[in-house]
Design a protein around this ligand. Structure first.
Ligand SMILES: NC(=O)c1ccc[n+]([C@@H]2O[C@H](COP(=O)([O-])OP(=O)(O)OC[C@H]3O[C@@H](n4cnc5c(N)ncnc54)[C@H](O)[C@@H]3O)[C@@H](O)[C@H]2O)c1
Length: 254
């Protein structure tokens, strides 16, 4: 499939770290030109344009998307991936934290997509891929706010797919399981015993290990590729089997 993105122009939010950086790198390898929109673009892969943007800020998003279109000569693919975590039950976060996380994780994706629509409508291969999570599909403890945000991303994906099918813009999402990104590194660093916590996260996966950012990126590229022209309004699980498998013990665990 090397080259299926040849000539296509992609923007990747949160593309300077983790899943977004892996996605930007694979898009470049497969022939796309790429602009990374992030709070800090230093970690973007070589060859990607870097545009500082805050998805919480409509003016910043509008300016960054317009700049990306100018640098790349248009926009065919939007990878809506920037997001933040949140820990706690419904009782554990104040209103301003609820609004902050929903603003980044949900409204941020709407802002970026809306800003990109004029260019996507001109593209012969327009696709949006949103990053949801297994938290949208499974009841995870102490993830009330985060799960609400990712459930909203899942529903938003279906609604956007319906709204823009007449414009020939496909809209899909991925639902990754726990992926070994800097984000998880930060969570592990806060644990009393990071090694034990990492082993527990690996063992929770039916495949016996965390998902890799490259595996999520590969799924995102599948959905974004012109080769997937009939796929719209879907959610693709990349979760090591967490959502649908019921196994006695993870492979490799006791
Ligand atoms: N890592 C996991 O286990 C996991 C699992 C399921 C879903 N996800 C989702 O994948 C996406 C990427 O997560 P990751 O693990 O690669 O995290 P990460 O922290 O490594 O990368 C996230 C990137 O988003 C950027 N970002 C955050 N807020 C932003 C803002 N307001 N404006 C612009 N950019 C902003 C950060 O600067 C960072 O570069 C997120 O949407 C996350 O919810 C992650």
């Amino acid at each position: 499939m090397i080259g299926d993105f040849a000539g296509l122009r992609a923007i990747v939010t949160g593309g300077a770290s983790g899943i977004g950086a892996a996605t930007a790198a694979q898009l470049l390898e497969r022939g796309a030109s790429v602009a990374v929109l992030d709070l800090d673009v230093a970690g973007r892969p070589d060859g990607a344009e870097g545009i500082v943007a805050d998805v919480r800020d409509r003016e910043s998003v509008d300016a960054a998307v317009a700049r990306a279109a100018e640098l790349l000569g248009g926009i065919d693919v939007v990878i809506n991936n920037a997001g933040v975590g949140a820990v706690g039950t419904v009782a554990d976060n104040a209103d301003d934290e609820w609004l902050r996380v929903l603003d980044i994780n949900v409204v941020g994706m709407a802002r970026v997509a809306a800003a990109a629509l004029p260019w996507l409508r001109q593209s012969p291969a327009a696709a949006i891929v949103n990053t949801s999570s297994i938290a949208a599909l499974n009841g995870l403890p102490a993830r009330a706010l985060y799960s609400a945000s990712k459930g909203a991303v899942l529903s938003l994906t279906f609604a956007m797919a319906a709204d823009h099918v007449a414009d020939s813009i496909r809209v899909n999402c991925v639902c990754p399981g726990t992926a070994s990104t800097p984000w998880i590194g930060r969570l592990l660093a806060q644990a009393d015993d990071p090694d034990a916590e990492r082993a527990a996260l690996d063992a929770r996966q039916p495949i016996g290990r965390m998902v890799t950012p490259d595996e999520v990126a590969h799924a995102i590229l599948y959905l974004a590729s012109p080769l997937a022209g009939s796929t719209t309004g879907t959610a693709l699980d990349v979760d090591g089997g967490v959502t649908h498998l019921r196994v006695r013990a993870a492979r490799g665990s006791a």
